[in-house]
Design a protein around this ligand. Sequence first.
Ligand code: ADP
Length: 599
Amino acid sequence: MRIRSELTIFFLIIAIIPLSAVVYTSYDYSKDTIRDSVLDNLVGATENTGQAIDNWMDVRKSDIRIISQSRMVADTEKAQLHEYLHTFEREHNGVYKEFFILDLGGDIMFSTLNSTGNVSNQQYFIEAASGRLFVSDVYLSKTGSPEVIIANPIKQNYTLTGIMAARVDIEQLYRIIETVDIGTSGEVFIVNNEGAIIFHENRSKILQDDVRNIFAVKEVTYEKNGIADYINYNGEHVLGSYYWLPLYRWGLIVEMNIYDAFFELMALSRLTLAISLFAVLGVTLFAIIISKRITDPIKSLENGAVGLVEGHFQPIPVSSKNEVGRLTEIFNETAKELLDIRKKLELKIEIANKDLETKNKELVIANEELKKLDSLKSDFISLVSHELRTPLSAIRTSSEFLESVEDVDPVVQKEMLDNIIRNVDRQTRLINDILDLTKIEAGKMEFRFEHVDLNQIVTVVIENIRPIAQKQNVILSQDIPDKLSLVIADKEKLIIVLNNLLSNAMKFTPEGGSILLSAKEDQNCIEVAIKDTGIGIEKAQLDKLFDKFYQVDTPSTRKIGGSGLGLSISHEIIKAHGSTIQVESETGHGSTFFFKLRK
Ligand code: ADP
């Protein structure tokens, strides 16, 4: 799961659990409070109404009691009594429908409505005749209104003389009942002890509808007070409060539609639900925003790291100054350093690769050269073998001749012996060359530097080579200033070099050519040059000329022969003098070999 989702869930859990607990607790508390208050209010209103009914009936009873005991009833003329009672009726706004007086036989002696007849069988008569005030059951009058008859004995000097009775319209109770708040659909009614409706706003229900099975009616007829929710006679779910009026054996029932009664509770539920939903939505939004704020920089870091790995790193914008902001800064700096290091490494690798490439090329060239050298060595071995064999066979031929012929002509004998000596010299030279080269390669050649007069050396080497030059018809000349400074050199080795260069010049200069040995002095050095007008050397060969065993392979040079070591040895010797032999040459026009010696 992603951190963002985890954080969102975490925030939701830590916010919604306490929130739910608070909302639920306060809802539960408020619900109980509202419910209790609704029940209390309804019970209170019912009790108050019940007591108001009691009071109202008490007033009625005391009215009858007072009238029945007044002298007016005993002494006054009927006309006056009429007047008095009518006035009384008017003053009580129709509560009293009729006053009547009965004799002890139950005959109506007096009536404000002039009624006549005998009521001795009526319970109110019987009860009042027994000496006490009596309230009859409720009945419906001719006009359809519910009435009771209140009867009280009339006594004179403690002797019962008649009964005073009054028809009381209990519909007047409506004024009391209408003060009870029962909502638009509530009902208030009174039942008698048998469970029949004796008072109802709707007259048609009085003593008509059977409500005995209704819960509240049952309870109240058991003389209980209380409150309950139940289904009333209309099939409606109601909250009903019931109150028993023991004096009259009536039960007052106040019913309210359950939804009206608990309207506030419903409103509270809806409000709580709306607040909860709103809070959950708010908390969710808040959790998402906070999680996003926390995880966005981490996501940027992740993207940055991926970019760094994949090679398209872009610095991450630093959006805050907190720990994550600092971390982002450090990451950016580290990434920059890493990229720098990477660049440097790449550059180094590139350089190393190029270096390797160059080295590789050099190796290839060196390998080629080694191969060439190898073949040169093979050539050289066969050459050396040939060179060694040639003088040997000449020596052998001359020796065999001298051995086989007796009395050899002294001239021929000398010629043969000269031939032998010349060939021995040739072999010696070749072997010396090889030995010199071996010494040079092993770094074992010893040099004895001293101040050397070049004139002296040049004279020696020129004189050495002159006979050959004359023989080959090559003009040999020298151009050495008389007053030449001394040079620092190993005399013997310098003679080897000059001999070499001169004998090469001689070898490769055809008849009629010329060789010039010259020297010129500058501030520090004397430059020695051997110039010939021989066959010359191709430009491409010049570099390799001083390599060991190297010989320019042309038909003419091949004919001349040699070891390919002379220039190598000369080069090494001049190198040991702190200088180099250089060559300028043009094919067909001769060559010049020159080098400098320190004065
Ligand atoms: P070599 O014993 O073959 O002369 P060197 O090392 O003295 O060996 O010379 C190497 C090669 O250089 C010769 O074989 C020849 O081809 C070339 N060479 C040297 N000197 C001259 C020169 N003066 N004129 C033309 N070619 C020369």
